[in-house]
Design a protein around this ligand. Structure first.
Ligand code: ADP
Length: 594
């Protein structure tokens, strides 16, 4: 059935009204007005004298009109002479002086036309405003999906133990916020989950909501990026209002970086649209009380580009890394997804976990799913190795370049040895430092792997400490050189080189720790913070070379330990503090016995 379009009908009505008024004016002025006889001026004068002209309308215009004795109307030129009226009166012609008055018909038509036009424009503008404000209201509402009691539980998330522990703590807070406020305990209002895509950030937030039995409101940061001024901020306010109306809930903002990018402070005080949106979010977050039982969770792949204001206390003050799964986590994820599928007993899931380095949880799920599709296509009784191999190829081949799952074995080996270098030098030179984690799984903050090295709390840093830190930084590159040869050293050490150079320069320029220079502060001497004179440059190079040689000697003597750590890293990908200490302990024992 055809629908009537109100807008179209209104346009037709306006057109009809306007046409009628114009028609009225034309008919009234041109068609219905009687035909006028054009008289020459001499005929006019003759007519006056003969008594044929009975009435004349005198005006100041160039033409004058009047009536003849038969009632018809004539028109003739106006001589604009003062004597004309006298002549007319002397000849008994009645005179109607109009003093520049305009024909009433014309005035009426004009007024009518203007009236109609004004009426139409007022009506249209009112209607427009009503419509715009209605549309604006509609646009300021952000659409979100709400879920309560979804079936996702923490048990459905494998690996990511630290992140899960953090979340479990929040469940009780969401359930009983009053309990915490009674003790004056402030729970986080906002939590940022950061890490590569597909690692389970969304599912983690969802699980938090369903474990706590509260609503889960999901939006995306890009929903707030708007071209109309103030609309993004309006949407933020409407989101929080809806959340408050619901009571306890988890608001999940995916891709928070779309609204929370670092603000450009270089501009001319520019508070542009994205600033306004971000400010609205900050204001809303500062606005609600902890007792309401609302937690804002946000996810991003790039925590480094977020505005500092977002990460301050009272906002997203808890940041949790959700990283790529290591071997153990991959085994668990694969087990989880094959649990309810008919998998051939021959399949070695642990072996598959070994092969799938740098796969995210989503990708592992996809891998098992693809294999299941291949099995279903063949009507096979079980998902077998062949299906998994095919699925593996499909998943790998379909991936984008950025993905790290294509990292070659050679690169993994380089990373493992490089990280083992850092860890071993730390263990030998800084026994008080804790090496809490060494991994060849890349972090979102930097390339390759990393080793987490926590120095003991101390008020002062000694010269020896600083030298040791330089040596730890150089350890990675030195191992690369010893194991792979000087032609095969890699770019992986660029951050280490920067750090080592900065420490040496600071020792010379700031801390008076170099014998040849002595206690001189270069900032005072040159009045320029960044100035490095030739002496400092030469000394830095000399010092670096010497520390490099010393570290190399030390690593050569302990290359067996480096190899042990690297091999374990290649096997397990991540080593925790106990595992590292165990390797070091066993190595020491072996040395003592030999
Ligand atoms: P992100 O938000 O980090 O991009 P998602 O939470 O959307 O990732 O993950 C996509 C899907 O991948 C999830 O719905 C889940 O099925 C699966 N997944 C990801 N990580 C895990 C994990 N650690 N354990 C179980 N499933 C996971």
């Amino acid at each position: 059935m055809k629908k009537f379009n109100i807008k179209k009908i209104s346009i037709v009505l306006y057109a009809v009204l306007l046409a009628s008024v114009l028609g009225f004016i034309i008919i009234n002025n041109y068609i219905l007005s009687e035909e006028k006889i054009e008289l020459s001026y001499s005929d006019f004068i003759a007519g006056i004298e003969s008594g044929e002209v009975t009435k004349v309308y005198l005006t100041e215009t160039s033409k004058i009109e009047g009536n003849l004795s038969d009632g018809s109307t004539f028109i003739t030129d106006n001589p604009r002479v003062d004597t004309l009226k006298e002549t007319l009166l002397l000849n008994d012609v009645s005179v109607d002086e109009q003093d520049g008055q305009i024909n009433m018909n014309t005035v009426l038509s004009f007024v009518l036309l203007i009236g109609v036009l004004v009426g139409i424009s007022i009506y249209l503008s009112k209607k427009g405003t009503r419509q715009t404000s209605k549309e604006y209201d509609k646009m300021s509402k952000v659409e979100f999906s709400t879920q309560k009691d979804s079936s996702v539980r923490f048990a459905d998330i494998a690996g990511n133990e630290e992140a899960k522990e953090n979340m479990i703590e929040l469940v009780d807070f969401l359930k009983n916020p009053e309990k915490y406020t009674r003790y004056g305990a402030k729970m986080p209002k906002g939590v940022i989950l950061y890490g590569p895509p597909g690692t389970g950030k969304t599912i983690m937030a969802k699980a938090l909501a369903s474990e706590a039995g509260v609503d889960f409101i999901a939006v995306s940061g890009s929903d707030f990026v708007q071209v109309y001024a103030g609309l993004g901020a309006g949407r933020i306010r409407s989101l929080f209002k809806d959340a408050k109306d619901k009571g306890k809930c988890v608001i999940f903002i995916d891709e928070i970086d779309a609204i929370g990018k670092k603000r450009d402070r270089g501009g001319l005080g520019g508070s542009d649209e994205s600033d306004r949106t971000l400010n609205a979010l900050l204001t809303e977050m500062s606005g609600f009380k902890g007792s309401e039982g609302i937690i804002v969770m946000a996810a991003t792949n790039r925590i480094d580009i977020l505005d500092d204001a977002l990460l301050r206390p009272g906002r997203f003050d808890r940041q949790i890394e959700v990283g790529l799964p290591d071997l153990k986590a991959r085994q668990e994820i694969l087990k989880l997804y094959s649990q309810n599928r008919p998998i051939d007993a021959e399949i070695n899931l642990d072996g598959l976990a070994q092969q799938t380095v740098y796969f995210s949880g989503a990708k592992l799920e996809n891998l098992v799913n693809e294999a299941a599709i291949y099995a279903a296509r063949e009507d096979a009784p079980y998902i077998n190795q062949n299906h998994l191999d095919k699925a593996f190829y499909t998943v790998i081949a379909g991936e984008e370049k950025k993905d790290r799952s294509g990292i070659s074995h050679v690169d993994r080996k380089i990373t493992a040895y490089h990280e083992a270098g850092h860890a071993v030098v730390t263990k030998i030179l800084c026994p008080d430092n804790k090496v809490t984690k060494v991994t060849i799984i890349p972090s979102t903050k930097g390339a390759g792997g990393f080793s987490m090295n926590i120095p003991p709390d101390r008020m002062y840093n000694t010269k020896m400490n600083m030298i040791n830190h330089v040596k730890v930084a150089l350890g990675g590159r030195i191992v690369e050189e010893i194991i792979f040869g000087s032609d095969h050293i890699t770019t992986g050490a660029s951050n280490d080189i920067q750090k080592a150079t900065e420490i040496i320069v600071a020792m010379i320029k700031q801390f008076g720790m170099h014998d040849e220079i002595g206690m001189v502060n270069f900032d005072v001497l040159y009045g320029n913070r960044n100035f490095v004179d030739d002496d400092v440059k030469q000394l830095t190079k000399k010092e670096m070379k010497q520390l490099y040689d010393e570290t190399k000697l030390m690593i050569r003597e302990n290359i067996g330990l480096v190899e042990k750590v690297a091999e374990e890293l290649l096997r397990k990908e991540t080593l925790n503090e106990d595992e590292i200490n165990k390797i070091v302990g066993e190595y020491d024992e072996a040395l003592l016995c030999s």
